[in-house]
Each structure stands twice: as C-alpha cells, then as structure tokens.
Design a protein around this ligand. Sequence first.
Ligand code: SF4
Ligand code: SF4
Length: 488
Amino acid sequence: MNHTPTQPAKRPAATANEPQAEHTAESTLLQPEERVLSTLEADGTRRWLKPRVSPGRFFNRRRIVAYFLIALFTLLPYIPINGKPAILLDILNREFTILGYTFLPTDTLPLALFALSVLISIFLLTALFGRVWCGWACPQTVYMEYVFRPIERLFEGTAGRGGTAKRAVAGWRKVARIVVYFLISFYLAHTFLAYFVGVANLRQWVFGSPLDHPVAFLVVMAVTGLMMFDFVYFREQLCIVACPYGRLQSVLLDRQSLIVTYDESRGEPRGKHKPKEGESRGDCIDCEMCVSTCPTGIDIRDGLQLECIHCAQCIDACDAIMTKVNKPTGLIRYSSQEAVEEGRRRLFRPRVILYPAVLAVLFTALLVTLTTKSEVDASVLRSAGALHTISEGKVVNRLRLKLTNRTDRAATYTVAVVDEPRITLRLTEKQLTVEPGRIHRVGLIVYAEPELFVNGTAMVDLAIRNGEHEVKRIRTPLVGPDRVEPTP
Ligand code: SF4
Ligand code: SF4
C-alpha cells in the first residue's frame, strides 16, 4: 500500500475488541465504511485511547530524551547566557531574548533571518528524519507520554487490549488523578509563563497575594485550565487535528524521508492462525499489538498516515512479538517508503542539498548582521507640521530622533552636526539618557543657512556620541526653500 500522509487511518469502523453502537434495521444513521478519525467512534462519540505500554529500545531511549527535555524546558528560562535568560519572549515589550541575544523591535532584518533559518531547519529536519520532532521532542508528546499517561496508569491501572479498561476504576482514583493532573498543570503553567514574563516577575507573582496582581493570577489560572483541557480531554487530538506542523507533513515529507513503516511485502498476507497446508503466510500474525500501543490510535499497517507521530511504539511492540515467534525483528521499522518498496536508500536528493545551502547563506547573513550591529540604533523622522520655517534668516527643520540603546547599560548620548558649521541643532531635552534595551524619541530642531539648499534639499550628517566615543553616524535630508533669494 502506498498512502500519502494526507490519508486518514484506514481502520474498519469497528473491530471485535471494540464495542460499537448496535445497528438495527430501524437505524436511520448512515454508518461510515471506515473510521473517519482515529479518536472517533463510528457513531461520532469520542474514542478514548489508552495505549498499551510497549517497553523496548525506542521506548527506553525516548524516555531518556523525554526526562532530559523536561529538565531543559523547566530550566531554560533560569539559565543565564551573557547575563540574560537563555530564552525570554517578552511580548509586551516586543523583545525576544534567544541564547543571550536580545532582538529588539528595530531588529527586523535579523529577526526575519532568524525566523527563516528556523523554518528551513524544520524543513531539513523533516526531509531527513520525518516527524522526529513530534515523536521524540514535542512538549505535547513528552509530557503526555512520559508524565500524564504514566500517572493515569498509576491511578487507573494499565489498559486492556484495544484501549478497553480491564475493570471499573474506583471513583476516588479518578478524582486523585485529576488532582495530580491539576497540580502538575499548575506547575507547568508557571514554567510556560516564565518564558514570556521572566523568572523575576514570576517569582513576584508566586510570592505575592493574587489580590496585588489579579491579571497575572488570572493568566496563570487560564493557562492551567488550558493545560488541563489538553491533557485530560483533548490529548492526542492536538496532534491529529489541531497542530499545523502535523498538517504540513504531506508537503514536508518525501519518499526518501525517514518514517516508521510496516514492511508489507514481508508481513502480508497476515493471519492469526497457523497457515493451512500449502497456504502462504506473511510474518504478521495479526496480533494487533502495534495498534493497541499506538498513542494516536491508528494501524501502521494501513500505510503512512498523518496521524502517525513517528513515536516508534509500534516498532517496540512488533519487535517483541517477532522475538516471541522466532522471526526477525523489523517488520515495523524506521525506514523510508522508497527503501521498503524498492529496496534502495537514497540520502542525497535535491532538497537535502538545497536546504543546507540556503541555511548556510541565512546563517552567514544573520551572523554578519548581528556582529556588525552598532550599540545604538538611530533613525530620523520628520515632525508633524510645516516642512520648514524661516527664523532669523535660517531655515528651521523640526525632526524627531529615535534612539534604541542596544547595550545592557543606560547610556547618555550627545548629537552633533559633522563638518558643517553652517548647520546647528538643538535637542528638546537637556540630557539624552536611554535605558538599556529601550527606545527613546527626542525632538531635534535644525537651523541651516539658506544657501546650503539645492532644489529645496540639503543633507546633514549627525554624529551620535556616548561620551567621547562616536557610536553612530546618520545622514538625513533637510527641507528648505526651492530657490535662495539674493540678499539685497
Ligand atoms: S503508528 Fe507507530 S509510530 Fe505512528 S503514532 Fe502509532 S505507534 Fe507511533
Ligand atoms: S505487532 Fe507486528 S505482528 Fe502484531 S499485528 Fe502488528 S505488525 Fe502484525
């Protein structure tokens, strides 16, 4: 079978293990031939998934990665780099600190280069390793599979085959599970917010009374509520129906990308029972262990599906079965569509050469932009009102100077005209001090001799100094009279 990732899971609407709504002659509902969504029953109700745990080499490796990532996700806002948090996405002040570098609102070019680099890296990663992010590193998968599902199993027991609970769960266990979920979600909400408000603000919120900062308290509770909604109710549906990255798989993957795949030529025809004499049978014994362990509820034997997050749980489940029945492991394995169908592996193809080439250009441009940035950004805008006026025989231009202090210290600047004694200027503030990372706008009144203007324009060079040190030089036009009247 050769399915594209856009195809829905081709599971029958019901199996022997999954009770389903009775079909009566009076039933007026049309029954779908196949399950429309792996999280929906044929009658449209929710199909709750309780995937079976399948310990194995990938499960164990993913667990190590998951614990490492949980620690990393928690610590990132606290780890200082260059005296700043490793990641701080300060949306209110429009400042994004990433690995010690702060992108300010004026950093349009470096921000665009950075965003493009991230995007192309995702393209490259997906082309090479498929949905490795989804199955191994996405916070949704990491917390769901290695925090919330284990807690669920702790309180409510392991699920039976096909996701049906072995026995009724006591009420107190269900309540206890929700309480623990709430506590973890509450903690995660704080970690999540630390990325946006910084740990100093968060500490203040945590140790202060909610009455002192009601908005912050409401934000924490709202984020906790959203996490509860996700991990208690929405769960795998986030990957299946809501995540935009999942929906993009059909264009990001190609036939050579690494995917979790079932070797149909080896597994089919499948069968539960011993083959009759003369009957040929594939290696798949149709035990459905790969289905009951799948966290998104699909059957990998139906081919590549967009619900598959490439978590490799079905590989572990099938390998264990193959070992039991004395057959080689790898009936389900990491491979590519092309390798499974045509038996050849091709790592290099145009896109995996093109993406790194584009990335190299983007990174070089980003590096050059960041390393050549001066410690102050400056731009001149024209004030509202008349383009120019004449005062005491001089042409007067009213401008606004916008300064961004890119350093970590407050700085006091001076502005002076370069090499043109016939132009003078005056600032509307006595002292031009700008706090670190902040933008400051100041009025600039420029007086110029009329003879400097050619066709109504004259250029002026402004030097911005921090003490004796010139930190920026900008050239800006002045507007004046079209023609200079001869002095009588
Ligand atoms: S089919 Fe296999 S790899 Fe894909 S989500 Fe299910 S268990 Fe994970
Ligand atoms: S676990 Fe392996 S043997 Fe069992 S149904 Fe799945 S593919 Fe077939």
